[in-house]
Ligand binder design. Structure first.
Ligand code: PRP
Ligand code: URA
Length: 209
């Protein structure tokens, strides 16, 4: 994957669901359901070029060779909002392990404050999907990527829903080898660090807070 890759998943079904998700009238039940569905759909594109390895299989008729994912997978949701995508991804990658990275943005400075970190012991040898619906200033994703790199992770992808140009720039300035998969690149941030047009505060909309 070339440095600075941003892969926009513009599949019509994903875009339809994203538009419904942006709608301010979607309540937390609807928002959670849509986010879960979009996360599942995105997995196909995000994993499209993952390496596979041959595996013999006995069908009811004869023996043949199939292909399976070559590497174990670790899913790392950025708390809280990343949790809203986790089940959708796990539905397609049920053998994945889960790590967690807890971080919130200080409302005044917008700098990330991390409060929880936990990874599987063998995370360094796995394919890591870092998931968070929003990439705004990029502070939270940067902190997560740096935590994962410090743990020895060499292959990771950021999967978000809506990315701001500011966040893409900030992440790729420091970590150009981390591809960003998203369903939309929005216009800009407002003075409070919210993405425009965006979808509001993802965590609040998922959890009804
Ligand atoms: C949101 C979102 C991202 C972060 C993006 O989390 O889920 O993690 O903001 O903003 P950034 O790119 O400027 O860092 P938030 O800080 O609202 O915490 P929460 O998920 O716990 O509500
Ligand atoms: N975090 C969110 O949840 N929404 C934004 O628009 C920006 C950061």
């Amino acid at each position: 994957m070339p440095p600075g890759s941003v892969i926009l998943i513009d599949h019509p079904v994903v875009q339809t669901k994203l538009t419904e998700l942006r709608d301010y009238t979607a309540d937390h039940r609807r928002f959670r359901a849509l986010l879960d569905e979009i996360a599942s759909l995105m997995v196909y594109e995000v994993t499209r070029d993952w390496p596979t390895t041959p595996r013999p299989v006995q069908t009811p008729l004869e023996r043949t060779t199939g292909r399976v994912l070559a590497r174990q997978v670790t899913l790392v949701p950025i708390l809280r909002a990343g949790l809203g995508m986790a089940d959708g991804v796990l539905r397609l990658l049920p053998d994945a392990r889960l790590g967690h990275f807890g971080v919130y943005r200080d409302e005044a400075t917008l700098t990330p404050v991390s409060y929880y970190k936990k990874l599987p012991p063998d995370v360094a040898s796995t394919e890591v999907l870092l998931i968070d619906p929003m990439l705004a200033t990029g502070g939270s994703a940067l902190a997560a990527v740096e935590f994962l790199k410090a743990a020895g992770v060499t292959s990771m992808r950021l999967v978000c829903l809506v990315a701001a140009p500011e966040g893409i720039h900030a992440l790729h300035e420091r970590h150009p080898e981390v591809p960003i998969y998203c369903a939309a690149v929005d216009r800009q941030l407002n003075e409070k660090g919210y993405i425009l047009p965006g979808l509001g505060d993802a965590g609040d909309r998922i959890f009804g807070t």
